[in-house]
Design a protein around this ligand. Structure first.
Ligand code: G3H
Ligand code: 13P
Ligand code: ZN
Length: 308
């Protein structure tokens, strides 16, 4: 069934594992993720960005996720990723989403609280849960590409005050991750002390990690080998994600790894089969690559396998 993340996060928090939140944009991506979750007996958060709604058409995306629920029988959360204002959150709530993110993190603290509170009130009145964000991630999320150094990490005291004042159900925090395939210039480094300080002030409360793709080298290499050009890509090491999951992070967001897996498989397929022009071949290989990658993630990094 379509569910909220409430029960999932409770179990994840207590069990010190995380639920994967995967960005979806088309049928093959959804099928790859859902097939993996079926085999690993894992719940899923399928998240849709404003860009995904624009690309695929909100109705198509919604129906594809409904098909995934019907076909798999898995508990699936349909979540809005990075909702920028009350209006888009309301639209998604009215469309049947079970979870929305209001990302007012670029506004001043008090304004972030006010906007988040407004979304929480509406969402809760409809039985929908809300994620908000405090602190700023570096990278492509921002219009200007701020460097990781200039990004503002989440302040623990403010996080506690924010949760108390908004009544939000989960909170995305900034501890050094960023969106996209270029997360670290040198050695990967997350501020675990800060994460622990936040978690200590918010016992039992689910935290969310955005920008948490690991940027699997095998896919980067395949892309580069088959005509791509993505040098120097680097993600969050797997052991850091496991550690985050053990410290109160219940939702781990993954988009870049899906993009890389699909692109790598499709580049390889198209190059190796120059006579092929049947999209089912290369899209199918993209879908299989996503499935295998997500299986690995669920079983070996997130730890949400055998949940059901
Ligand atoms: O947070 C960003 C996600 O990767 C979604 O990206 O806005 O290009 O769909 P998008
Ligand atoms: P990645 O770019 O690391 O996959 O992060 C995705 C994300 O945070 C979506 O909200
Ligand atoms: Zn994000």
């Amino acid at each position: 069934p379509l569910v909220t993340s409430r029960e999932l996060f409770k179990r994840a928090y207590d069990g010190k594992f995380a639920i994967g939140a995967f960005n979806v944009n088309n049928m093959e991506i959804i099928q790859g993720i859902v097939d993996a979750a079926k085999e690993e007996k894992s719940p899923l958060i399928l998240q849709v960005s404003a860009g995904a709604r624009k690309y695929a058409n909100p109705t198509y995306l919604k129906k594809l996720v409904e098909a995934a629920v019907e076909d798999s029988g898995l508990p699936i959360v349909l979540h809005l990723d990075h909702g920028e204002d009350f209006e888009i959150c309301k639209q998604c709530i009215d469309d049947g989403f079970t979870s929305v993110m209001i990302d007012a993190s670029h506004h001043p603290f008090e304004e972030n609280i006010a906007i988040t509170k407004q979304v929480v009130e509406y969402a809760h009145s409809k039985g929908v849960v809300v994620e908000a964000e405090l602190g700023r991630l570096a990278g492509v999320e921002d219009d200007v590409n701020v460097s990781a150094k200039d990004a503002t990490y989440t302040d623990p005291q403010q996080a506690a005050e924010f949760v108390e004042k908004t009544g939000v159900d989960s909170l995305a925090i900034a501890i050094g991750t960023s969106h996209g395939a270029y997360k670290f210039k040198g050695e990967p480094n997350l501020d675990f002390e800060r994460l622990q300080a936040i978690a200590k002030l918010l016992p039992g409360f689910p935290l969310v990690l955005h920008g948490a793709s690991t940027v699997l080298p095998e896919f980067v290499e395949l892309c580069n080998q088959y005509g791509g050009n993505i040098p120097g890509a680097q993600g969050v090491p797997e052991d850091m994600l496991r550690r985050a999951a053990s410290l109160g992070v219940c939702k781990i967001n993954i988009d870049t790894d899906l993009r890389l897996a699909m692109t790598a498989a499709m580049r390889k397929s198209l190059t190796e089969n120059p006579g092929n022009f049947d999209p089912r071949k290369y899209l199918g290989e993209g879908r299989t690559a996503i499935k295998e990658m997500v299986r690995h993630k669920i079983a070996n990094v997130l730890g949400c396998n055998n949940f059901l």
